[in-house]
Design a protein around this ligand. Structure first.
Ligand SMILES: NC(=O)C1=CN([C@@H]2O[C@H](COP(=O)(O)OP(=O)(O)OC[C@H]3O[C@@H](n4cnc5c(N)ncnc54)[C@H](OP(=O)(O)O)[C@@H]3O)[C@@H](O)[C@H]2O)C=CC1
Ligand SMILES: CC(=O)N[C@@H](CCC(=O)OP(=O)(O)O)C(=O)O
Length: 321
């Protein structure tokens, strides 16, 4: 019997990407809303109640509303929005963080999909806090590059407008007031005592992302080398299908010295890089903001929840091990 799945927000950037990942699956039966009725609450409620799994690919306020509409049903919800990521009643949808995270996702009625920047950040900081390398009160800073699809339909329309202003040609800093919406989950899930300083940059390419976290080793209570940090990541992510700890990098990061933000586009991969030197270690996470940063992670969570192989419908640029 196929699992009945409804996507609330099926016409949006994330909703459409989830649909793409369902191509060819016979274990799923999709419940589709008439596009004319996509904001009709009675129709949304009917489909949410009819489904076994509902994905929410909506702005935060509409996601909260959808959860209220689901009341009284047994529907399991996977929310791609920011609304429930720090809510203790919801599982945080990042199975590679620990066996406990994977198990909670598998058994939960409510799963929040991590934010794209947060996925990169947490993949770097959580293992080091757990390993006792990074103290909870370390003054963590992060900067990140994102393709414009991370801004949803509105940003895509701005960037693809043939008459756009030339300010869109250049990378643009934003969230300069240090209030980016991913900061609460970055802090809480990583186990940090304070919010990080976080500076995102939106760029003129469709999808792809790098999140960077610099570590000044002289600020750490215990001496640590890049080799030890690399070993901690390798142990933490051993045998994960989608999280890859790349070889320890020297000061020249990649063969030509550049790290591009888009080679994982379309995949559900996340790569961890340990760069820099003994004084200044630079951690980088590279992912597709629409893949492991959104729809890929959402589908991975669903696979766990319905007992399907975790990688069904998901691609990796790495050979299957
Ligand atoms: N893009 C990304 O990289 C990521 C996005 N997310 C999150 O996923 C969610 C969706 O984002 P994204 O796909 O980018 O957004 P989009 O703006 O591309 O799509 C949102 C969709 O929701 C629909 N919608 C809005 N209000 C309602 C409502 N009340 N009832 C039903 N449908 C409604 C919109 O309809 P209409 O067509 O009328 O606009 C639109 O189709 C957001 O919370 C976002 O923060 C998460 C991770 C990454
Ligand atoms: C480039 C860009 O605008 N990115 C979005 C984040 C995309 C994302 O992952 O956001 P949620 O998962 O929290 O919806 C932003 O900074 O608001």
């Amino acid at each position: 019997m196929p699992v009945q799945v409804y996507i609330d927000g099926q016409e949006g950037t994330t909703g459409l990407k989830i649909l793409e990942r369902f191509d060819g699956r016979s274990d799923i039966a999709l419940l589709k809303i008439d596009p004319e009725k996509r904001k009709d609450n009675a129709e949304r409620k009917r489909l949410i109640h009819q489904s076994d799994i509902t994905f929410l690919c909506l702005p935060d306020a509409a996601a909260v509303e959808a959860v209220a509409l689901a009341e009284g049903s047994n529907t399991r919800i996977i929310d791609a929005s920011t609304a429930h990521r720090t809510n203790p009643d919801w599982a945080y949808g990042f199975p590679e963080l620990s066996p406990a995270h994977r198990e909670r996702i598998r058994t939960s009625q409510r799963v929040a999909v991590p934010g794209c920047y947060a996925s990169g950040f947490i993949s770097l900081v959580y293992p080091l806090v757990q390993a006792g390398i990074l103290p909870a009160d370390y003054p963590v800073t992060a900067y990140a590059l994102s393709g414009y699809s991370g801004g949803g339909k509105k940003a895509i329309a701005q960037y693809t407008d043939p008459n756009r202003d030339n300010c869109f040609d250049a990378p643009r800093l934003y969230a300069l007031g240090q209030t980016h919406k991913h900061m609460p989950e970055m802090q809480k899930i990583s186990g940090l005592a304070y919010p990080p300083m976080f500076n995102p940059i939106i760029c003129d390419f469709f999808n792809g992302m790098i999140v960077c976290v610099p570590i000044l080793t002289r600020l750490l209570p215990k001496a640590v080398t890049p080799e030890q940090v690399h070993a901690a990541f390798a142990a933490h992510y051993a045998n994960q299908r989608f999280v890859h700890v790349t070889a320890l990098q020297g000061s020249d990061v990649l063969p030509d010295g550049f790290m591009s933000a888009n080679p994982l586009a379309g995949s559900n991969d996340l790569e961890v890089f340990v760069c820099g030197n003994h004084d200044r270690i630079l951690l980088c996470a590279r992912l597709d903001n629409l893949g492991k940063g959104a729809s890929g992670a959402a589908v991975q969570c669903m696979n766990l929840m319905i007992g399907a192989p975790e990688d069904t419908g998901l691609t990796s640029v790495y050979e299957k091990e």
